[in-house]
Design a protein around this ligand. Structure first.
Ligand code: HEC
Length: 130
């Protein structure tokens, strides 16, 4: 009788360990799944910043404009000129605007959006680096 009881206990213990393992694995997977978009967002931001440094910063250093000072990348200036979302900035990055030429060829696939998202984020925080 005792033997059967201890066998039952062992079986229960084994089942418990297996369940615990399953829970741990599921928990890790859920954790990775939930944190992934954030990680990807961070990567996008790094690429955006890099593109900006390569293709835009020469004229728009720190969100300014060394050629037409009033047409800078600060939020007030963008809004004054009717640019109020990253899509508008992406279009300008691609096609240019007035005397600024477009950078479609240099920015590559998606580059216009990545750089535009980064510019928009900087404009929101007044180009103050963290
Ligand atoms: C060679 C200099 C130069 C480079 C490089 C450059 N720009 Fe410009 N940008 C300008 C000039 C000049 C204007 C004003 C154009 C006009 O209105 O005639 C401008 C205007 C803009 C505007 C509109 C700003 C406003 O307040 O109206 C945005 C947005 C912009 N640029 C984004 C970018 C992005 C993004 C890049 C990089 C992909 C870039 N620019 C690269 C010179 C440059």
């Amino acid at each position: 009788m005792n033997k059967i009881n201890s066998l039952k206990k062992k079986k229960f213990h084994f089942l418990f360990l297996r369940l615990r393992g399953t829970f741990l694995v599921s928990f890790c997977l859920i954790f990775i799944y939930l944190s992934l978009p954030e990680e990807l967002g961070a990567i996008d931001s790094i690429i955006g910043e890099d593109l900006f440094k390569k293709h835009c910063a020469s004229c728009h250093i720190n969100g300014g404009n060394i050629i037409r000072r009033s047409k800078n990348l600060k939020l007030s200036s963008l809004k004054r000129n009717g640019i109020d979302n990253p899509k508008d900035i992406a279009k300008i990055a691609r096609q240019g605007l007035g005397i600024m030429s477009g950078y479609e060829d240099q920015l590559g696939d998606n580059g216009d959006q990545l750089v535009a998202n980064w510019v928009w984020k900087q404009a929101q925080r007044a180009w103050v680096q963290e």
